[in-house]
Ligand binder design. Sequence first.
Ligand code: NAD
Ligand code: WQD
Length: 336
Amino acid sequence: MKILVTGGNGYIGSHTVIQLINAGYEIVIVDNLCNSKIEALSRVENIVNTKIKFHKVDLLNKEKLNQIFEDEKVDAVIHFAGLKAVGESVEIPLHYYNNNVVGTLNLLEVMKNNKVSKLVFSSSATVYGDPHTVPILENFPLSATNPYGRSKLMIEEILRDLYKSDNNWDIAILRYFNPVGAHESGKIGEDPNGIPNNLMPFITQVAVGKRESLAVFGNDYPTVDGTGVRDYIHVVDLAAGHLKALEKLVKNPGCVEYNLGTGNGYSVLQVIDAFKKVSGKEIAYSIVDRRAGDIAACYADPKFAKEELGWEAKYGIDKMCEDSWRWQSQNPDGYE
Ligand code: NAD
Ligand code: WQD
């Protein structure tokens, strides 16, 4: 089976491509490299010991995208490509809507033209907004609090409408919780541009000496220790979820949403402790005000994915910290 992977050079895409190749899928990557380095591809090729077909193309370039589909004759698409920084999306919303929503519309039209009707889409737990209760089930109400989240929600709605109009589509909407960790080799991992927005890359950059101290955003939430609680999931587990989703699409399930999380919530201070334990590094931190838009607690009820896809996360918080640290300590400047 031949799979076109948009955004396959990024953090989650690169980890997924490794597993796809190891499972015998043929792969074509389409990525414009706006948030990834070509070095990531060389590292993935080195890990799997195979040359990978790569097109440096923007999803906004519909003609080139269509040409790739005509040439490659793929069976299914995994669609990771998108911009993902919440704060930046508030600053430049049009850019986010254009890249994420228009990019996806182009992809869907090109898929339709080329009679490709199987899609795995990267959605996010952000579509649950501020949930009334946790753990979160797939049928919880949906909402968004920023342009990034709204772009994901819009795309989800577009996909549901598309399926309603034509039942030949098979679409797995995967709602990721908080991806962290890295490939066990330490050769690939998350390489954020500039100051990291997310907790784990900030912690690893403090540990490696690139940043002085972590700002913990609030300790007055109604949680175990007052700091925010999240469902961190190892990127290797997350990648495995995509292979299970592809297997499901072959059985014509229609358009279905799945939570990909562990079901366990950890507070910011618990993550710092776990990281200290496995790395032996002290993490300097100070408590600062809450970050606008943050919620107290967010974790998945992952039982639907287990029942329907036969998927569940295998790795715990210690392994997530251990692998994040191996990547950061072996590559203090990421892919540079
Ligand atoms: P990433 O930025 O590392 O990877 C995305 C890739 O898409 C990059 O290589 C980028 O160059 C490419 N890309 C972006 N816009 C493109 C375009 N118009 N045309 C072609 N390529 C384009 O991000 P990631 O962490 O691997 O996330 C992958 C997907 O998962 C994204 O859609 C993101 O919104 C979603 N997601 C991520 C997280 C997270 O915390 N990392 C959580 C939930 C959902
Ligand atoms: C985790 C916890 C922070 C940084 C974001 C997006 C979401 C999804 C995943 C794409 C929170 C705290 C963080 C720091 C801190 N991405 N924190 N100091 O906010 O749960 O989710 O990434 O879809 O859409 O919103 O993840 O890693 O930023 O924060 O105290 O420097 O760590 O307050 O409690 P978040 P995060």
